[in-house]
Design a protein around this ligand. Structure first.
Ligand code: NAD
Ligand code: DAU
Length: 350
């Protein structure tokens, strides 16, 4: 089987490529990735020389390139990860999320429709359901109430993808996963940012009161779920993928500080994210029932493995933090920092 993976140089896409080539000898993968700030070929070093793997640098919005790729490679399956994936960046500059997440998804769907692709897995997120009051959990029929430009673009692309099943019978499946964590995670997201700042004794910026709840899913468990959906998912269906591990942010950060043996005084409250969703909560009953998938990695061991990876790969962190990252970090944190500094008399940010 040949799979076209988009965004395979990012955090989850690269884990999927590594895991699939390791575990499925019959699978060949073509990876289409633009290599934005979040795409990194170092993440694919373990498979770079594998004859079953090919990398193509390109934009999913580039119609001619995408069309040619489908003609040349004739993939039976598409697993579509490529996206602008960070909420804070989507708040600072909303345009790229609409370009890549909507226009790019449309371009791929059109090419897949013309090529009569046999399976199109659109990788999406629990954020499309918006903030959920306890004790409710979202199942796949829960209303969509996205809060940020990022989550609105994902909700839009989910609906677009599903419309290609309803209208054209393109065999689309949509997955909606909760917050992933693990090795190779770009250090702009909560867990890798807090680990890498803690290891360098830098302040850990907590948005608002830190009581927002996320459900943590180890990235390898997410990739196994996607493979299960590739193999057993039903056309036109949505599958939630949760980690069964809901924690307030402040508790996650405390555990990181304990494991890295760093003091709690590194935590600094900063101005909250605008439109910040208070709580995500998913029911993953459907994927469990239909495919038998269940998350295997407990948060405690997944977090310890992740922290060990960041300790052992500080050169990787240094490289991805050079250049553009500095600019983003100062745009996102320094104004926050000054505002909170004026309120509390202390400074945050890195
Ligand atoms: P990431 O930001 O780490 O990687 C995104 C990848 O897409 C990068 O390699 C980037 O170069 C590539 N890309 C971006 N724009 C592109 C374009 N126009 N053309 C081609 N390639 C492009 O993202 P991630 O965290 O690995 O997320 C992957 C997917 O999973 C996204 O669709 C995201 O919405 C979804 N998701 C993420 C999480 C999470 O916790 N990270 C949870 C649920 C769902
Ligand atoms: O829920 C799935 C989503 O998880 C994915 O769709 C997104 O691609 C992914 O980025 C992630 O979105 P979140 O906004 O939940 O993740 P992030 O790591 O940015 O933030 C997690 C929580 O931590 C959130 O409540 C905001 C908070 N936070 C984040 C950062 C970066 C802080 O308190 N301080 C920070 O510096």
């Amino acid at each position: 089987m040949k799979i076209l993976v988009t965004g395979g140089a990012g955090f989850i896409g690269s884990a999927f490529v590594r895991q699939t080539l390791r575990g499925k000898p019959e699978v060949h993968i073509v990876n289409l990735d633009k290599l934005t700030y979040a795409g990194n070929l170092e993440n694919l070093a373990p498979v770079a020389a594998d004859p079953r793997y090919r990398f193509v640098r390109g934009d999913i919005c580039d119609e001619a390139l995408v069309e040619r790729l489908f003609e040349d490679e004739k993939p039976e399956t598409v697993v579509h990860f490529a996206a602008e994936s960070h909420v804070d960046r989507s708040i600072l500059s909303p345009e790229p999320v609409f370009q890549t997440n909507l226009r790019g998804t449309f371009t791929l769907l059109e090419a897949a429709r013309r090529a009569r692709t046999r399976r199109f897995v659109h990788v999406s997120t629990d954020e499309v359901y918006g903030s959920i009051d306890p004790p409710a959990e979202a199942d796949e029929n829960f209303p969509l109430r996205p809060s940020s430009p990022y989550s609105a673009s994902k909700a839009g692309s989910d609906l677009l993808a599903l419309s290609y099943w309803t209208t054209y019978r393109l065999p689309v499946v949509v997955t909606r996963a909760s917050n992933n964590y693990g090795p190779y995670h770009f250090p702009e997201k909560l867990i890798p940012l807090m680990i890498s700042n803690a290891l360098e004794d830098k302040p850990l910026p907590i948005y608002g009161d830190g009581m927002q709840v996320r459900d943590w899913l180890f990235v390898e468990d997410h990739c196994r779920a996607i493979l299960a959906v590739v193999e057993q998912g039903r056309d036109g269906e949505i599958y939630n993928i949760g980690g069964n591990c809901s924690l307030p942010n402040i508790e996650v950060v405390r555990r990181i500080l304990r494991t890295t043996c760093k003091p709690e005084r590194l935590m600094k409250t900063v101005r909250d994210r605008p439109g910040h969703d208070r709580r995500y909560a998913l029911s993953s009953e459907k994927i469990r029932r239909e495919t038998g998938w269940t998350p295997l990695v407990e948060f405690e061991s997944g977090l310890a493995e992740t922290i060990a990876w960041y300790r052992d790969n500080q050169d990787w962190v240094r490289r991805v933090r050079s250049g553009e990252y500095q600019n983003y970090y100062s745009r996102n944190y320094h104004n926050r920092d000054r505002e909170m500094g004026a309120m509390s008399g202390e400074r945050a940010g890195g």
